[in-house]
Design a binder for this molecule. Sequence first.
Ligand SMILES: [Fe+2]
Length: 645
Amino acid sequence: MDLLLNFNSISTLFFLLSLLQFSLLSSSSTLHPLAAHSANLHRNYTAISDFRLLNRRKLINCPPKNFFVKIDVISKSTSLLNEEFVNVTVSGIPNPSKDHWIAMVTPSNANVDGCSLNGFLYGQTGDFSELPLLCHYPVKAAYLRSDPDYLPCNNKGCVIPPVDGKCEQVTCSATLSFHIINFRTDVEFFLFDGGFVTPCLLYKSKTLSFQNPNAPLYGLISSIDSTATSMRLSWVSGDEEPQQVQYGEDGRIQTSQVSTFSQNDMCNSLLPSPAKDFGWHDPGFIHSAIMTQLKPSTTYSYKYGSEKVGWSEETTFRTPPAAGDENDFSFIAFGDMGKAPLDSSSVEHYIQPGSITVVEAMKEEVERGEIDGVFHIGDISYATGFLVEWDFFLHLINPIASRLPYMTAIGNHERDYVESGSVYILPDSGGECGVPYETYHQMPTSGKDQPWYSIEMASIHFTIISTEHDFTINSPQYEWMKNDMASVDRSRTPWLIFAGHRPMYTSIQGSLVIPPSVDPSFVAAVEPLLLQNKVDLVLFGHVHNYERTCSIFNNMCKGMPFKDINGIDTYDHNNYTAPLHAVIGMAGFTLDQFSEKIESWSLSRVSKFGYLRGHATKEKLSFEMVNAMTREVEDSFNIIKAQIP
Ligand SMILES: [Fe+2]
């Protein structure tokens, strides 16, 4: 008890110190100075689940060990495959309890003991809970009661050999399924009593290894320029030695550049962040190779790996059309997708419930060959300091990202952290500070931690920016976007689409402390550039729904679309007045619901999971908001413009 009191005293002191730190930081910022002081708002903002709170709960004394307990893991092979569902059976339990749960932990030597010093770490999140529990965050967790046969003890056992044909001790068992992907490090399953609130370790399984922890996985295609004659392929492997991509009919080969990041690369403030501490997981090595001598709008077969680590399955990707290409061009755009578990895990860190359906719907379009490129504009994996979640995200998007350029913009959940140079000082990246994002998603940016770039595909020039980095006039990013948009050759790419993460216009009100919109200073600096450069369409995410505006500037409608012969809203940019904006953050995160108050500039609002499908010719841009559940179109609009002679 003395220890606990001492700890609480120290913890309180440290928490006050952390508040002081935020206070000092806030006073030097013009952005939402109260934000760092609000535990409740932060909790809502980052959707902390019961599971995530696990690390903040107090450890109690464990009941005596039950020596009959057993954990059997049934895998398809003697060692774990790159992807499989394993059945975990816990047996030998005399008294089934609703508080029994099982954790999947990696690496196998991770410390799942109580780790009271971790209490210090949570002050920075604004959370007032007491001690963290586990020193290392489990990958997955599920209550045994999620097997409906567990609590009623429908599956009985008998541990003590029968005497005279009678069983002296009846025991019960539960079986749960866990989805495992190859995240390279060994796995163990731990049985806890006491629920998530007061967990107590009862038993652990044997260690399971992956058959090939060096397997080349999660190939991801991206564009490096607007010629579409060279494309980047990135992939993940446990092996550091360079590997190859082999592509095309003549089997051309390019060798990978290898990069990685370490715990030391993660951000810290006064207190260690999740990414640097209990959420860390070794990312292995990220390989990246540039495939050259390609033709635009052409399909190539490829595989990647090496003789030493093995090869990926052979698949195909298609290059996008080159800048100025007269052909039609189709793309998908969305924000805030993340990932969700495919198994019975009752809880997991930061789940985005719509992501599975959205990926499935997009995958169908990609497989039909109807899409040339994908733009995911911020809030990518929501790993937010729990690094193994990046593997799950890369696995989820693989059917899409391995087939066409998967282009990204950075969001708050990739970049923001205190004292890290982000514009916003909330700890939304959990200490990642953009490092994993930039390593996994290698875009043709201006440089390290300068995640802005442009890319042209067919008739569209995309200007991709970061709302999380300095955007003020004369800042490097401001100067870049100003020059980039001014330099667009509109006879070659008549359409200009501007994309970032936090929106300028949304009907979602949020709060004074954490408004859903981008900071007003962004609007003041950047919106005039959009008008001056006759931007056609502005895409943002961050708010988790779909909303489309009139042609808008300075909060006022400057023009309205007319209805074409099909009744579709059509913006006539022959008589340009201002860009229209669309919020497209409806790809996975729990949806934001609209209130009854409708802004005069808001022309369409849909709070359903889905994505934006775009189709471009030189004269017309057509867009559809696709409902991922039904595949039906919830909103359509066109932008038309006569071609510049
Ligand atoms: Fe966001």
